[in-house]
Write a protein that binds this ligand. Structure first.
Ligand code: CTP
Ligand code: MG
Length: 201
């Protein structure tokens, strides 16, 4: 009976479509996290490596610090180095064939831009905090969770536009914007419990 044959066939196609969609959602999430690793690491590395001379050299603007003692040259440079170094390691994992085919590589300029942008985004948030009367370490919900993502996106789109728009599709960007705040809250809570950070945000 041809119509039954056809019915079974279209049901199989339907199930294949659902499977395909589920696989591609998982792939999108994995790609999103992979691409953002060089932007996730810098601010965490800055917590461990930071200290010393503040980026604003202690200067004030309109009665408040420009950035504050929480943003140091050593933390910034160490963070950028850590993010860039991680991207180089991730690229090696791809070229050595340790990861699935769908995992992308980082253009070196893009790797640097992701790490630089994450550090600059965090500094931009501190600038806004000081302008809005928030002292060092004060929370700024929303801004704390996404400052480095916005910084990484903007700086990478400017410094490595072709790579950025090829790898950061709309789906990947949506995944990053949903997953990053969740990851950020979790990792900062862990860093706080371990005594690495003074506040849990
Ligand atoms: N850090 C650093 N240099 C940076 C970023 C961070 O040295 N560029 C270090 C500082 O010791 C900082 C700590 O990491 O205190 C935690 O970082 P963060 O939470 O971003 O800074 P806060 O101290 O909370 O300051 P702010 O209110 O300006 O965010
Ligand atoms: Mg803080």
């Amino acid at each position: 009976m041809p119509h039954l044959e056809g019915g079974r066939k279209s049901q199989n196609t339907f199930q294949n479509d659902r499977l395909f969609r589920r696989v591609s959602v998982v792939q999108t999430i994995v790609v999103a996290l992979w691409l953002m690793l060089p932007a996730y690491v810098p601010n965490n590395a800055a917590v461990v490596l930071g200290g010393g001379t503040p980026v604003d050299f202690g200067r004030e603007w309109r009665g408040d610090r420009i950035l504050g003692d929480g943003k140091t040259w050593r933390g910034g440079a160490g963070g950028i180095g850590a993010g860039f170094g991680l991207a180089v390691l991730l690229n090696a994992a791809v070229t050595q064939g340790y990861v699935p085919e769908f995992i992308p590589t980082f253009e070196l300029r893009a790797a640097f831009a992701l790490a630089l942008g994450a550090i600059l985004g965090d500094m931009g948030a501190s600038f806004l905090k000081r302008r809005t009367g928030r002292k060092r370490g004060a929370p700024f919900p929303g801004v704390d969770q996404l400052d480095f993502v916005v910084g990484a996106f903007v700086v990478t789109a400017l410094l490595a536009p072709e790579w950025f728009f090829a790898e950061f599709t709309v789906e990947v960007i949506v995944a990053v914007l949903i997953l990053t705040p969740l990851l950020h809250v979790t990792t900062n809570l862990i860093a706080y419990r371990l005594g690495l950070k003074d506040e849990p945000w």
